[in-house]
Design a protein around this ligand. Sequence first.
Ligand code: ATP
Ligand code: ZN
Ligand code: MG
Length: 502
Amino acid sequence: MPSTLKAEFLFNKDISAQIKEIKQFLDEFKTGLEKKHAQKDMKFTVSHEKDKLKLEIFYDTGFPHAVLFQLRNKLNQNFGKKHRLTVKKVVVSHYKLQFGLEKSPLHDFTIPYVDDFKLDEDKFEITFSKPLEESFVKKNFVNRIVRRIREKIDQQYYAGKGEFAEILWASEKKEPIWNEDPSRVMVEKGWLQLGRTKGKWFFGPQITKIIRAMEQIVKREIIKPLGFQEVIEPHHESFSTLLKTGHLEGVPMEVYYVCEPKTRNPEEWETFIDYLKISREVPHEELSKLLSPPNAINCYVQCPNIYEFFSGKTIGDDQFPILVYDRSAVSNRYESGGRHGIERMDEFHRMELVYIGTMEQLVEVKDKIIEKYKYIFNDILDLEWRMAWVTPFYLQHSGILELDDAKQRIKGTIDFEAYLPYRGTREDSEWLEFQNLSIVGDKYTKAFNIKAQRLDLWSGCSGIGLERWSVAFLAQKGLDPDNWPKKFRKEVGDLPKIFNFF
Ligand code: ATP
Ligand code: ZN
Ligand code: MG
């Protein structure tokens, strides 16, 4: 059975007088399509009722809806002037669409908008039994439903596979000072205290001093010599930005959503305040009436707002590579069951370097940054660490990243990982990703429409997780500055005395 689409073309007036001519026109239209696509498997059945043309399209090898609007335009062109006939509206009253699959689904899944779907031998069949509005088809919903189904089936094959990782470089082994969990001991010592909301920490003066010293090192060794310029970006990321980056489809369960009050008028908040004052509790039901649905998130990652700054701009060729960084936005992620100390928390601090330029320029920037990172981790912090080239499995198999292609190989992410002695042996325990460095090709310059005069632009970023740097360091070197490598000991200076609480 081929795909079948039933459509109604609503004209501005009765078409009975022209129906013969219309039928002949449809025949010619079909022959034209067959010639163009060198296929002969499309069939039309036509009937009419006053101002309504009823058309059934049967198509084996293609999507019947793909011809609908082309046909409408041609009808208008052909019959508009001649008979003053125009198509006012197109409604798809029933649609059964079949398409081939590369792989069969491993288990059941759901898909919205579709009334029924099933696997029919080697083909997948979806049915829309309720009428579809013109905009539904025009806005490409049907094609996206097909794409989403294929993607969902694909994902079933890669579920749980995580990442493909290849170690690019590893430092020598370093003898750790201790094997304690630094977050736990810092809490005991009063350097750290859990905040009142999930996974958020209050950093006391001691750990703050360590983190700030690390930030200074990044500024002195990387930011300054490479010429990165500081920006201060908004802390919220709007849904419209995240639609461009794909984060809202990638990690909607990991972000903190932001709501605006519906109104700033104190009178409208009066009942809320009444309940609050009398019960001394937050009246949630009342509150929810006064909030708009979320339209943004708290910063998840810093680069999207930096891309927004350049969005839609054409930039002089001589200004590349553009090198900027942000250290103002605080990252928020709902880590749920994964929370642990200050290495996996819901609110963390990062410096994010963003670079935009040609592929060659970015390769150069990347090499320079890596050289600087190596100096910091080897010569200042004396860490046991390694670099791994990582690709999520779904990317590797979807053909977006081909591992063998040299140009493709430039794209991707390098994770910087440190050995945490408290987690177990080097071989069996999971190392901590304390930062990363990516080149994403033209993904974001395209999505944000960032252009040079003539150059082809790529971009990338490197997220420096300051808490993770400190966990990597303290887990290997302990909390006593006397045991630290000399350069870093000097950089931090003496740690402030601990508060005495009575
Ligand atoms: P993970 O796999 O550990 O969850 P990620 O891949 O989600 O990390 P990225 O989105 O690549 O992390 O973020 C870049 C950097 O931000 C990480 O290398 C790390 O330094 C830091 N980071 C990410 N999530 C957290 C967190 N929950 N707590 C502290 N730092 C974090
Ligand atoms: Zn980024
Ligand atoms: Mg994560």
